[in-house]
Design a protein around this ligand. Structure first.
Ligand code: UD1
Ligand code: UDP
Length: 354
């Protein structure tokens, strides 16, 4: 089979690494990088860390408004599909690259497989929620990471081609955790001792694009008596500088450039708490058994909250400070994201329908 895989943003590189490895054992894979993320620390580092093959196509779309970025991707992906004539197009997660890939393929009557299908925050102000809903409704194979995702799809009348295969991010985490512990020198480089610091990430538009919300998060990080390491997403750096928050933040918090996956795993695995608005990082915190403070009002990963490992605090200064100081993970870590080997299950499902 010829499978065309579409990736473009940081979390998609991580999700595709284990599945691409499995696909290439038995099938021809054409890897398309849309170029949504393009800085070395947002893209190249993941290809090196995770030994992802060089993409056959790099569309170099870059940043832009939603319509502009998605539209440019659609135009270029369509050309690649027409040229390569794949049997299936594989898309990951919930970014503009996901939606563009699914839309281009479905209009050309090529089967679409969606990895990480069925997730819902029920918040239509999130661009990702629009991408998720649209992609799921035009996909032929819907690979859900959790049982909740299967139920969400059922509630929208989507049942054909739906399968709970567990989460490919668990495959990536399990494979790379021992490698990260051995190879990454980030703790030494930053002068950190295990379990004596917290790691933070922030990049959601609801936090970065609001001066009130970003100020409140920054103030909380500055005011607590904790060592916080903060690899800053380029979107967030732009707004921190625009709002005049950058210099004070850098005086009180260990602000660093975005890090590769191995360094990030090492930081998370050794941190005493994780502070984030990322989807992937919430799951990784759960899988690593590290308490997570999520600076959002809602989450797609409800199991992490239900099981007592994650707390939603929005951008509320008081709630963030209280959670940094007082929230502890109390529950048991269950196999809500499957037992691993999700990539093999996906391949098995692909074989059974094609
Ligand atoms: C995108 C995804 C989001 C995902 C995130 C992962 C959409 C709508 N959003 O958000 O779901 O959680 O990726 O990190 O698809 N920039 C750079 N260099 C880069 C990439 C981006 O400087 O390599 C800056 C640009 O100023 C750009 C901004 O970051 O405008 C936002 O990038 P974009 O890819 O549009 O959205 P993300 O916030 O990264
Ligand atoms: N990540 C990373 N380096 C960083 C920040 C995040 O490797 O500096 C990893 C993180 O461990 C997770 C993924 O990137 O696997 C999450 O991506 P992101 O938060 O950008 O997107 P989301 O998951 O919210 O869509």
């Amino acid at each position: 089979m010829k499978i065309l895989s579409i990736i473009g943003a940081r979390p998609q590189f991580i999700k595709c690494a284990p599945l691409s490895r499995a696909i290439r054992k038995e099938h021809e894979e054409i890897l398309v990088h849309t170029g949504q993320h393009y800085d070395a620390e947002m893209s190249d580092v993941f290809f090196n860390d995770l030994s992802i093959p060089e993409p056959e196509y790099n569309l170099s779309i870059g940043s832009g408004l939603h319509g502009e970025q998605t539209g440019k991707m659609l135009i270029e992906i369509e050309k690649v599909i027409l040229k390569e004539k794949p049997d299936m197009v594989l898309v990951y997660g919930d970014t503009n690259s996901t939606l563009a890939g699914a839309l281009a393929a479905s209009k050309l009557h090529i089967k679409v497989a969606h990895v990480e299908a069925g997730l819902r925050s029920f918040d239509r102000r999130m661009p990702e929620e629009i991408n998720r809903v649209m992609t799921d409704h035009i996909s032929n194979l819907l690979f859900c990471p959790t049982e909740t995702a299967v139920i969400n799809l059922k509630n929208e009348g989507v049942t054909d081609g739906v399968c709970n295969v567990g989460d490919v991010m668990k495959d990536a985490l399990e494979y790379n955790r021992p490698i990260a512990e051995k190879k990454s020198t980030i703790l030494e480089n930053l002068g950190l001792s295990p379990k004596e610091f917290m790691v933070a990430t922030v990049h959601r538009p609801s936090n970065t694009d609001s001066v009130e919300n970003l100020s409140s998060i920054v103030k909380a990080f500055i005011d607590v008596d904790e060592t916080i390491v903060f690899p800053v997403h380029p979107r967030t750096e732009k707004y921190l500088k625009e709002y005049g928050l950058w210099d004070e933040l850098c005086q009180h918090v260990k602000v660093i450039s975005p890090v590769g996956y191995l360094d990030m795993l090492k930081l998370m695995n050794n941190s005493k708490k994780i502070l984030t608005d990322s989807g992937g990082v919430q799951k990784e915190a759960y899988m690593l058994g590290v308490p997570c403070v999520t600076m959002r009002e809602n989450t797609e990963w409800v199991e992490t909250v239900e099981d007592g490992w994650n707390i939603l605090v929005g951008a509320d200064y008081g709630k963030i400070v209280d959670a940094i100081e007082g929230f502890e993970g109390i529950g048991k870590v269950r196999n809500v994201f499957g037992k691993g080997a999700s990539s093999d299950k996906i391949l098995h499902e692909i074989h059974s329908v094609c």
